[in-house]
Structure formats: C-alpha cells, structure tokens
Design a binder for this molecule. Sequence first.
Ligand code: GLA
Length: 382
Amino acid sequence: MTLVARVTARFRSLVGEAPAGVWSAPGRVNIIGEHTDYNDGFALPMAIDRHTVVAVGLRSDGRVRVGSTLSDDVVDVALADCVPGSVSGWAAYPLGVVWALGGADGNATGLDIVIDTDVPIGAGLSSSAAIECAVAVALNDLWQLGKSSMDLARAGQRAENTMVGAPTGLMDQIASMHGRTDSVVFIDCREPSVDVVPFGLVAHNLAVLVMNSRVHHSHATGGYGERREACERAAIALGVPALRDVSVDRLADLRGLVDDATFRRARHVVTENARVEDTVATLRESGPLAIGDLLVQSHLSMRDDFEISVPQIDCAVDTALAHGAIGARLTGGGFGGAAIALAPRDALPGIEKAVRDAYADAHFDSPEMFVVAPSNGAHRLD
Ligand code: GLA
C-alpha cells in the first residue's frame, strides 16, 4: 500500500470521514556544510525521495487530534493548550507547527492530523523536519495563511526549538521545503536565501548512498547544544556576529583567545563554509565527479575538529572510499545517524557488501543502506 493510501485509510478509521487533503514533505541528506546553519553560514543539502505524508481535516470543536500509522496513540488537545511546555513526545513536532502558525491565537479551526512516513527516524535524515514541513504546508492551505515557503520553514524551526527543545538551525526545513529533482539546495543561512544548483547525478551515472549506522541520536540533549555554544564563544572572542564573518586567514587570530577545543570547533565551521562555496563552484564548473575530495575533507574536519562522528560512521566512510566511492562523509548533526557516499552506480553493490562485512567484523549492529535521489520539496498530493 502506498503512503497516501495508508494514511488516508487510517484517517478514515480514526475520524470516520475522508481528509480534506494529503500533503507530503521529504527528508534530506546534507551533501556538505555541517553545523554551519546556526553560524549564519552556507549549507548544500538535497531533499530525498523519502517522505512524511499527513492527512488533515478541519474540526469545528477547537480541538487538535494527532494520530499516526505507527502506533495506536492519539493525542487530543484543545487548540488553546497547544503551547510550549504542554506537549511532549513525538506529537510535539506537529503540534509545535500548529502553535508556530498561530493555532493558539484564537482564530484557528481545530484539526485532525494523521501522519505516516518512510523517512527512518533518528537516522540523521531529518524525519522531524519532514513532519514539520508536511504539517506546515497543510495548515498554510487549510487555514489560508498565504505564507511563503521560507516562512513555513521558519515555523518548523520554531516548533523544533521551542516546543521540542532542540536548538537546531534552519537547514533541514529549508531543504524539505525547497528541494528539486536532480538538484542540491545552496543555502545562505544568514539571509536566509536559496539557490537551486543542478547536481548532475543522472548525467554522470552517479548515486548517493545512505549508510545508516543505526546509532541513534537526539539533538534535544547533549552534544549538539554544546557545539553550538562553543561556536558562539568563538564568535564573541573575535568580536563578530557569527562565525560566518570569519575567513580562513583570520583563524590564526583566534588561537590565543579560546581553549584548544573551542578553536577546533570554530576551525571546522570556518573551513566548512569555504568548502561549501568551493563545492558549489566546482559543481557548476566541473560537475559532481570533481567534488569528492571536498566531501572527504569535510568528514575529516567533523571527525577531528568538531568531534561529532562515531566509529560506526567512520567505518562506513572509510570502507566506501576504499571500494570506489568518489566522496563520503557523515551527514546531519552527528553523534550517530547516517553517512553518505557519492559513488558510480556500478560501484554500489561492492560498496554495500564491503560496508556490511566491515560492520560485521567490528561487531557493529548491521547498517541499513539505500540509495536516495534528489526530490521536490513539500507539496499537496491529494
Ligand atoms: C541537524 C540540525 C540542522 C543542522 C545539522 C548540522 O540536522 O537540525 O539545523 O545544524 O544538524 O549541520
């Protein structure tokens, strides 16, 4: 059964009638530009052909009910109570968007929302942004809000920051809203603005392979927030609004101002911004076969300077590179999640086998691997 058929059937059984519509939003992989978004920097993600779909209908009793095909749980709250601090668990993502788009302000109509997804959860592929963006486009239509894609992306980020409590940037939501087939999304996170750049995978017979380490991560706790704070300390030490304003040449000035770990966190961000710009220029001038080394440099910087990789991810990256990938790196926030490999299509079976064998040899849980294609951003399906 397709996601749409499944979510519609669940909606009917829960609500007793057909939904007003079905909306879809993709997960993402980031090709390069990690932990740069909250530093006002550059990122280059693509939306993927893994989606969250939501079936939504309006209610006249001022309540919001959220269900999913994944469990029998139904969360049922009054619109007025749909505010930060009152909701926890998975429903905080959709209800956070209801709040961020004005659900508790008194003029909104109640909702039934049913969610289904084939984006793996907790794998670093932005399953959360996919939920937020699918709900945001649905509410934009049903509540006739007339908001831009960028406003809807920001509503998703506010939901995540405020309702869920994860201090994340805006990259994931922008990718989920603005993705295009066979393209990457070049984001200037300061504006923020978006430039869709042709990726050329099809023409060059290349594919992006996701290698999910199965090490679960959460950005609401621990390392993500600490990395963000280190970046802010470094920017303050240099007297700039954000690390975006620091060139690679100026890094030397930072050496004596902060401790070694903070220096290395900043060095990752500053050099990563430069790598994103290089990647975009290289893609435009020479195509995707020429960006492999930049992806590898990015991974090494995340591993050694930002220290957000884990042994399972390094193993996937090293093994993919040794078996024909032209580039490979951790993707997403780190501390687990997934790596990607950019590889010729005919090298994929060899890479997958080698990664599986390497995981078995190291006694890691067996990885999940699949190819993803660049896809269109959030939109109405039905
Ligand atoms: C997570 C966050 C993003 C971004 C990445 C790291 O995916 O949600 O905002 O910071 O980590 O690049």
